[in-house]
Design a protein. Sequence first.
Length: 398
Amino acid sequence: MARVPDFTVSNAAAGSDTVGHQEPGDTRLAANTDRIRLDFRPGAPDISLFPSKAWVSGVRDAARCGIELKGYEDRRGHPLLRSELARRLGRVLGVAVRPEQILVTGGFADGLALAASALNHLGLRAAAVEDPCLATHRQVLTRAGLLVHKVPVDGDGLDVTALAATSARVALVTPTHQFPMGMALSDSRRRRLLEWARRVDGYVIEDDYDGEYRFDPRPPGPLYALDPSRVIYGGTTSKTLSPDLRLGWLVLPPRLASAIIDGVPHQRAPTLNQMAFSEMLREGHYSRHLRRTKQEYQRRREHLLAAGISLEGISAGLHGVLLIPDEGEVIESGRQRGLVLMGTRSFWHGPPRHHGLVIGYGRPTREVAWRAMNELIDHIRPRLTPAGPGAIPSGRHT
Ligand SMILES: Cc1ncc(COP(=O)(O)O)c(C=O)c1O
């Protein structure tokens, strides 16, 4: 029997969503030229929604007024962008943010690396991450020289009692939309997490990676507003525009700002990109883009829910977790029909406590999205058991 082609062999191929797209010389895909790959891995937005016109116009304007291209001038990022971000984040976070507190980064991971090495330098030697979480972020903390503890999450988010039993003084969390499981940190856990930070004289690093996409009318807000002196808030354009821009930001507690910025060798994101984004913010293009894309992603999520694919956690973001007992079989048989799927397994630090699929419904391009989702539904539905594995239980300690 012919070997079934491996759909995840290359990012370019897997991300193409095109009929029979093949990397030159990639013989492993040769048998697959008449197949369509429908990519549901989490992590990236629909690139066909990228606001090319506004972006190109922003870059063109920035390049034209070269007077703003001042090279090594300000390590914190371009002043125009920091002012625009301060205005926007003040509204989003519900507390005043000053441009001096903002560090423009090369995406969240870059900001995390800068913050982690500054905190280590200040004597905070151990950090905690959620279990499960993105493995890259755990590695970033380890490479910054921190000892990394893994702390479980349950239906209420991070288990703060377990956190307090570690030596950590830094906690990296996704409180508004746990990645990848999808729950929000409960109110009482938020309070206890901030109490913990004050007690150990430590900091919480808030990864608000997809905060622009909240579909409930009253979504849980960012943690930052509850104690701006203890929370380092991180945002990114990786979900709203493209991970390829490498553009994000940190909002720093005032007393940490100089310690972190002193360790930054140069601007972290190309000035032309910063200025193009700044113009999008100023002219309202970004808000319009968010409204449009939010509607699109919400429709996709609701389509899956309406078809009986019940996703964990709050109604938000570009991905959802479907708990199933045997993700391996669903992934493998999905691959045979052209679906690129990812399980929760790689996000756990040890043996998984829940099995499931992390469905990145944001990734398929508009041309194929609805067909892709129907294909996915057809694939998954027969494999669902009537009772299902049940939702992730809430915690013992709230
Ligand atoms: C949990 C989480 N945080 C942050 C990000 C964004 O990271 P970056 O801004 O470095 O692209 C991602 C992207 O996949 C993510 O999954």
